[in-house]
Design a protein around this ligand. Structure first.
Ligand SMILES: [Zn+2]
Ligand SMILES: [Zn+2]
Length: 461
């Protein structure tokens, strides 16, 4: 019987990595970075808990770094097979890995400089741009809803997960001694009714489901309310003669915000504003979304084909000079900038100049992990720390919860209802309280006893 071993994303949401083994093959699902405190992140530099050379194939659910970020190391450390990924996901993962390599190089340089001053050893980056290029050569781009034989007696089908561009629910069929087994891994599951992404595609049968549970104990606010809320914040900013800052993840959230602004252009009275897309990574990600418009929701795809995500007063600011010039504008600017949790990127410069002003409106639309400046803002901190400097928060901070890229508790149950016979379930990719919340409702609504595996656990199916 095949087994799956849980090498990450068990009691938390990062470091997604699961090893499926049959009598003849070893297949890795995801190979993600651990993200969190610096002590936890140090584990990314450690050797893998398996020999990369012994892995026959990798399946990547989607591009986010907590699912893909250790792939360059896997290849460098001896993995010789193919990495199977949706073709749009492949293009997204390339820019995210390149960006991560650049960041890792910058951090390593900084740490090395500090270490040298203390007479300590220099450090190496986790991986380099060259490692990424070699890793990209191992990627095999696939389509949704086609059955591929990726290894002898191992078939793979990707189903649209509706989470980000090119995201997939992975269906892995293995044949051993005449018995076929189906493992389904949700990756990250989107929230139905996203303006930009298509709804996830339902599945009907599985022997075991590895199910994400990020929001397993919560319900999202409705999208309609959220859009109304954004409209009101823009109104407020116009009345208060201030700017609007939107920290946004480069992939997904940035494009969704652009689409919302474009779609509601008249209704939200955007003619008088100057709108800035001030994120180099977000600009590249937006181009990739435009190139793969056929994977977007049809209404959005039509708009994207027509506009390529542009509208009359949108300025694309590539250079640092262009970005700095924004801070001379006192009012009437809407700025979309990275990073999503305010841990890096150009949003920090805008905070430095504008967070203290009472007229500034900050719109936070994404998940904010503990310990990040974004989380401090959401929690109402009177000041936040950026570049070691304390910045007073004079701005009004708005958390709009309705445009999450993850299904909530009802959304997860809705997806699970698609199975004709309830499969066995193991809950992953959620903090323990979220996993418990989802386990409780799966029991209540489907009489399913979901497993809650710990790091290193192995499950037969
Ligand atoms: Zn994700
Ligand atoms: Zn994830």
């Amino acid at each position: 019987m095949p087994t799956v071993t849980f090498f990450g994303a068990t009691g938390g949401v990062t470091g997604s990595c699961f090893l499926v083994e049959t009598a003849h093959q070893r297949i890795l699902l995801d190979c993600g970075l651990i993200q969190g405190s610096s002590r936890e992140e140090a584990r990314n530099g450690e050797p893998f808990p398996f020999d990369p050379a012994s892995i026959d194939g990798v399946v990547l659910s989607h591009a986010h770094l907590d699912h893909s970020g250790r792939l360059p190391q896997l290849v460098r450390d001896g993995f010789k097979g193919w990495i199977h990924v949706h073709k749009a996901g492949r293009d997204i993962v390339e820019i995210l890995l390149e960006d991560a390599a650049w960041l890792s190089g910058k951090e390593a340089k900084q740490t090395s400089r500090n270490n040298r001053n203390r007479g300590e050893d220099e450090v190496e980056p986790l991986f380099t741009r060259e490692d990424v290029a070699i890793c990209m050569d191992r990627m095999a781009p696939l389509e949704y809803q086609k059955l591929y034989e990726i290894l002898p007696n191992v078939h793979l089908k990707l189903h649209d997960a509706g989470h980000i561009l090119g995201s997939a629910v992975v269906e892995l069929r293995t044949l051993e001694n005449g018995a076929e087994k189906r493992l389904v891994f949700t990756g990250d599951l989107g929230q139905k009714g996203s303006p930009l992404m298509r709804d996830w595609e339902p599945l009907e049968s599985a022997d075991l489901v590895l199910m994400e549970s990020t929001y397993g104990d919560r319900l999202h606010r409705s999208r309609r309310e959220t859009e109304q809320e954004i409209k009101e914040i823009l109104q407020k900013a116009a009345n208060g003669r201030g700017n609007v800052l939107m920290p946004a993840f480069a992939v997904g959230r940035t494009q969704e915000l652009l689409y919302l602004l474009g779609k509601h252009y008249k209704d939200w009275g955007l003619e008088g504003w100057q709108i800035f897309l001030d994120t180099p990574l977000g600009i590249r990600a937006t181009e990739i979304h435009a190139r793969h418009d056929r994977y977007l929701r049809p209404a959005a795809a039509d708009w994207v084909r027509e506009t390529r995500f542009r509208f009359p007063n949108l300025r694309i600011t590539e250079t640092a000079e262009q970005s700095m010039a924004i801070n001379r504008i006192q009012s009437g600017a809407i700025v979309i900038a990275g990073s999503g949790m305010c841990t890096g990127g150009r949003i920090r410069h805008h905070f430095k100049h504008q967070l203290g002003r009472s007229g500034t409106q900050v719109i936070i639309a994404g998940f904010q992990a503990e310990g990040t400046p974004g989380r401090q803002l959401v929690d109402g901190a009177p000041s936040i720390t950026i570049w070691g400097e304390s910045l007073r928060v004079g701005a009004q901070v708005h958390t709009v919860g309705g445009i999450s890229a993850h299904a909530d508790q009802d959304g997860l149950c809705d997806w699970f209802r698609g199975f004709r016979l309830a499969p066995a379930v193991a809950l992953v990719h959620g903090e323990d309280s979220a996993r418990k919340g989802l386990a409780d409702v799966l029991k209540e609504r489907f009489s399913v006893d979901a497993a809650v595996p710990a790091l290193g656990d192995r499950l037969e199916y």
